[in-house]
Design a protein around this ligand. Structure first.
Ligand SMILES: [Zn+2]
Length: 495
């Protein structure tokens, strides 16, 4: 009788594991949204210490609805504009986990450079996959060794690529992440025009997630033809803005430029930087001063409001959101709980950059506005604008750039052109800061202003560049008084 084989010399399959995997394959996909999947399964590294914490939608509530959009058949593209450290890339990470575990598909993830790709995959993606081994381990084992750029799962793969002509060839998948598209090589052309054919075969099931700082964006009210990069995606989208409730007066307002009730960041303009940081406050449209620590509770009351919808002061939303195939959200630095030193740090960074811009360093200010605030870059020639004429003294400080400092200084010296004759009152804050706290003060239409005073606009700046077309259009509409307004603003700002 032959001797039985030595078990140590042979590798045997685990019959129990084979049976379990077979039954797993028969189960239907676990239908839930990306946001629900993250709430149930995502772990994130704690901001204090090295331990892991469960994902909480309460930390950055503005990330939740965009994750739902990724599971919504109504949209085939999701565009997220935002500064650094606002959590926008975690939307894509949660989508990757969802794709691997719950709804298998092939996914391409593009970044701007090889170095960025290598650092991101090794520094974020691989640790994230390791941390979720109890969730994903059985879907990854037995498929061979993964490379940095290629991760396999049972039922799909995730490929990390630099955005180059060669990386676009022969790639056909259902899901694509395009991260930092405003830093892609401009000579290649429009990233969306190059990426959309990659998902044609997937048809209605395809989804493209586009994320970036607005490095190439124009002001939000600039003509669509002037928008590039992520702001062009946003312009074609549902154009959602974030609205939250003031903890003092209960009024809903938005930190976004171009909204009808805007909450602005303010600080004592000529103070030392340490004082700027310590005394920075958000100012709601009715004049309440809001401290950094109050933003957490405000974010919990927040909601995205798209184009076509209207939100009243009590937070009731009416109207129907624009029906387009692209959902778009614009995250700002003042919304982010991940910003170092909170709104004080933001104010300090902007004040410092504005002072450098006054001395000629406009690039520093552009970098701060784009990467820290998540807003379009101010134009170097913005010193002589009519921004100060757009709104009355309480909200005129919502403008930015060197002109804003001067406009704010002027606002403390007396009523301006747009406030004169208005039944508005304003009072100084009782605090030691130079922030004025207006009471019952509402924007009044500037006689020279081109559009509604509820839309503080940087278009006067941009119309200098595009002035010919803009003036012709304004003249046709019978409200072409831009030039008069600009000249008065230029005088007032002393430039
Ligand atoms: Zn308020």
């Amino acid at each position: 009788m032959p001797a039985p084989p030595d078990p140590a010399r042979f590798a045997f399959a685990n019959a129990g594991r084979l049976l379990s995997d077979t039954f797993d394959a028969l189960l239907p996909p676990n239908r839930m949204s990306v946001a629900d999947h993250a709430g149930r399964n995502r772990w994130v590294k704690s901001p204090v210490g090295a331990h892991l914490e469960r994902w909480s939608h309460d930390t950055a509530p503005y990330l939740t609805e965009p994750m739902h959009w990724l599971s919504d058949d109504q949209y085939d593209t999701v565009g997220i504009v935002g500064p650094g450290a606002c959590g926008k890339t975690m939307i894509a990470e949660n989508w990757l986990l969802y794709t691997a575990e719950s709804d298998p598909a092939d996914l391409l993830w593009y970044l701007n450079t090889d170095a960025a790709l290598d650092a991101y995959v090794k520094g974020r993606i691989e640790p994230m996959l390791d941390q979720h081994d109890p969730l994903l381990g059985h879907l990854r084992r037995g498929l061979g060794r993964d490379s940095v750029a290629f991760k396999r799962f049972r039922g799909g793969r995730a490929e990390f690529l630099t955005f180059t002509p060669s990386s676009l060839v022969n790639k056909h998948v259902a899901r694509i992440v395009a991260d930092e598209i405003d830093n892609y090589d401009e000579s290649l052309g429009d990233p969306l025009a190059l990426l959309n054919p990659r998902r044609q075969a997937a048809g209605a099931d395809s989804k493209l997630l586009v994320i970036s700082h607005p490095d190439r964006g124009a002001p939000i009210d600039a003509p669509r033809t002037k928008q590039r990069g992520i702001m062009a995606v946003y312009a074609d989208s549902t154009r959602c803005t974030w609205w939250w409730r003031c903890p003092h007066c209960g009024t809903y307002s938005s930190p976004h430029p171009g909204t009808s009730r805007r909450m602005v960041l303010d600080w004592p303009k000529d103070a030392p930087l340490d004082e700027v940081q310590a005394k920075a406050r958000l100012v709601c449209p009715t004049g309440c001063l809001i401290e950094d620590g109050e933003r957490y509770a405000m974010n919990l009351t927040g909601r995205w409001v798209g184009e076509g919808e209207t939100i009243d002061e009590d937070g009731r939303v009416t109207g129907e959101r624009r029906r387009v195939k692209t959902a778009g959200a614009w995250i700002l630095g003042v919304m982010s709980p991940f910003t170092k030193d909170g709104i004080g740090g933001l104010a300090r960074a902007q004040a410092q950059a504005e002072r450098a811009a006054d001395l000629g360093d406009h690039e520093g200010l552009r970098q701060v506005m784009v990467k820290t605030f998540g807003e379009d870059a101010p134009a170097p020639w913005s010193v002589s604008t009519c921004w100060s004429a757009w709104r009355c003294r309480c909200s005129r400080r919502s403008t930015r750039g060197p002109a804003a400092s001067r406009a704010a200084t002027n606002s403390r010296t007396g009523p301006s052109l747009c406030c004169s004759g208005a039944a508005a009152t304003s009072a100084r804050s009782s605090s030691a800061t130079s922030i004025s706290a207006p009471a019952a003060c509402r924007p009044i239409r500037c006689p020279g202003a081109r559009s509604s005073p509820s839309m503080p606009s940087a278009s006067a700046v941009w119309n200098r560049r595009w002035s010919a077309a803009a003036r012709r259009q304004s003249a046709r509409r019978g409200r072409g008084k831009l030039s008069a307004c600009s000249s008065s603003g230029a005088r007032r700002t002393g430039s």
